[in-house]
Ligand binder design. Structure first.
Ligand code: DP6
Length: 314
């Protein structure tokens, strides 16, 4: 039996689109920050019966992505049937990409349980096979998922620049279209998809430079631009992938106003209606208060920069 933990991550340069080959390879380089506090804990042990069994937050579930992941893993390793118990200390409906922390914790726990001997680089490659953003949650701090090998790596540790993330939850409804399906739809139908895919390298280079120099304004500019460009692709997919609601738009406006009034903060939004505000520690209270005052915001959560996936019980 082995237990591992991993944390969600928030992309500042997004992954939206897969290459047309196996292995879940992103179409463009992407970059994230790993969060603290919000945690997935996964325990893996030998199954009682003759099949795998997966529990999520104490409920037995069938999860196609987990099943497929185990099929791929067993093409390479002989692994007995597994009992997998995974739980999140944050709401799965909060738009925090629980698949990222989920697959990062899962492969880390399986590696320890089945003695696969994988190092962090190989763990990241396997996490990517489960969900590409999960490759980034293997590592701490600022994390890049880049070609040619599409394994994630830390480009700066958490203490390089301890940014904070305030999540404004504007809806707890389940996502209408999941990421994998949405990406496929965008690739096939958005007239802006090609531009999105080819401009990703420039956005990545600009964001990496801004992080290297701790240039908040430069990072704010490129991260918001990249986020809005991804949503332009989503909105122009057919049928449209419209993930925002009116509170999402109101939060974006409040964040712009805060920044104009001198508070360093910027927004990013993934495939859902929640808004993530990135700021410095001294602004967390101001940002949280401003977002809580927006009509339609149900709650806020705040966290700092987090560690990578780790085994807690070998
Ligand atoms: C908008 O990693 O969940 O959050 O690889 O199909 O599992 P799959 O997709 P996933 O997509 C994340 C999309 C995003 C942007 C990002 O995190 O880079």
């Amino acid at each position: 039996m082995a237990t591992a933990t991993a944390h969600p991550n928030i992309a500042l340069v997004k992954y939206w689109g897969k290459q047309d080959k196996p292995g879940n390879l992103p179409v463009s380089p992407n970059l994230s920050i790993t969060l603290s506090e919000l945690t997935t804990t996964t325990t893996v042990s030998a199954a009682d019966g003759n099949q795998d069994a997966f529990w999520l937050n104490d409920v037995r579930v069938e999860d196609k992505k987990v099943d497929q992941f185990l099929v791929h893993l067993r093409e390479r390793f002989a692994i007995e049937n597994l009992q997998i118990q995974s739980s999140n200390n944050f709401p799965t409906s909060a738009g925090l990409a629980s698949s990222a922390s989920g697959f990062a914790a899962l492969i880390t726990a399986i590696n320890a349980h089945a003695d696969l001997g994988l190092n962090a680089v190989a763990l990241s490659e396997w996490a990517r096979v489960g969900s590409a953003s999960a490759a980034r949650s293997i590592f701490a701090g600022f994390v890049a998922l880049v070609p040619p090998l599409w394994r994630a790596q830390t480009i700066a540790p958490p203490d390089h620049w301890p940014l904070h993330t305030v999540v404004a939850v504007t809806s707890t409804a389940t996502k209408s279209v999941g990421s994998t399906e949405g990406m496929k739809r965008s690739r096939l139908t958005s007239p802006f998809y090609k531009t999105w895919a080819t401009s990703g390298s420039d956005d990545f280079a600009q964001a990496s430079d801004a992080i290297g120099q701790r240039d908040f304004d430069a990072l704010a500019q490129i991260a918001e631009h990249n986020c809005l460009k991804m949503h332009a692709v989503m909105l122009t997919s057919q049928p449209a992938l419209a993930y925002w609601n009116s509170a999402t738009v109101a939060c974006m406006e409040v964040i712009r106003q805060l920044r104009a009034a001198g508070t360093p903060v910027f927004f990013t939004i993934d495939a859902g209606p929640q808004v993530k505000a990135i700021c410095l520690k001294q602004s967390v209270a101001t940002v949280e208060q401003a977002l809580q005052d927006v009509a339609g915001v149900q709650r806020t959560m705040s966290c700092g920069m987090g560690p990578g996936a780790q085994v807690t019980v070998p």
